[in-house]
Design a protein around this ligand. Structure first.
Ligand code: SF4
Length: 183
């Protein structure tokens, strides 16, 4: 491991709310930055996906909803030594997982044709230039190997910060057994 650990974050099929709990690290961020530096994150920096460096720890928000989510998860797994499934969507599918109550065709018709905010008189469902929904939403561990799961919607900032600090100190992470959500 380099002098400071290289950390990355990524969002897949989620709402970006889990990244807000990283933004809420507050003074714990100073403790994290004593041990690590952020090298890849859609929130913190503009790194192209084909320029992602090797990462000691990758924090992944969101599950696998579409082919782009899956391909990015597989690519980033290759880059990262330790992957954290971060938040309830990554852990279990979360709110996007409610889409599993419907077929892909039903979801696309609702999104592109039937919803009250849609104006699409020709009823076109785009098939090019957009990610394709997979047959169902999957938690991250059904797509790639995951080393640690931190549930919560979003997870509590102090729990996440402490988990990262504990991990980078080479100690055993013990998550609280209750009250993992920020609100
Ligand atoms: Fe958003 Fe909650 Fe899913 Fe995190 S777990 S991405 S906050 S819905």
């Amino acid at each position: 491991m380099a002098e400071k650990a290289q950390i990355g974050t990524m969002w897949l099929g989620g709402c970006s709310g889990c990244h807000l709990s990283i933004a809420d690290f507050h003074e714990s961020l100073l403790d994290v930055l004593e041990l690590a530096e952020f090298k890849f994150s859609p929130v913190l920096m503009d790194t192209k996906y084909d320029e992602v460096p090797h990462l000691d720890v990758l924090i992944v928000e969101g599950g696998i909803r579409n082919n782009e989510n899956r391909e990015l998860a597989e690519m980033l797994r290759e880059k990262a030594d330790f992957v954290i499934a971060y938040g309830t969507c990554a852990a279990y599918g979360g709110i996007p997982g409610l889409g599993n109550l419907h077929t892909v065709e039903e979801l696309e018709e609702e999104a592109y044709i039937n919803s009250c905010s849609t104006v699409n008189p020709e009823g076109i469902i785009p098939s090019e230039g957009v990610p394709h929904l997979e047959s169902r939403v999957r938690p991250l561990h059904e797509c790639i190997d995951v080393d640690l799961t931190i549930p919560g919607c979003p997870p509590r900032s102090d729990v996440v910060a402490q988990a990262i600090i504990t991990l980078l100190n080479g100690e055993t992470i013990e998550l609280p057994t209750t009250n993992l959500c920020e609100v």
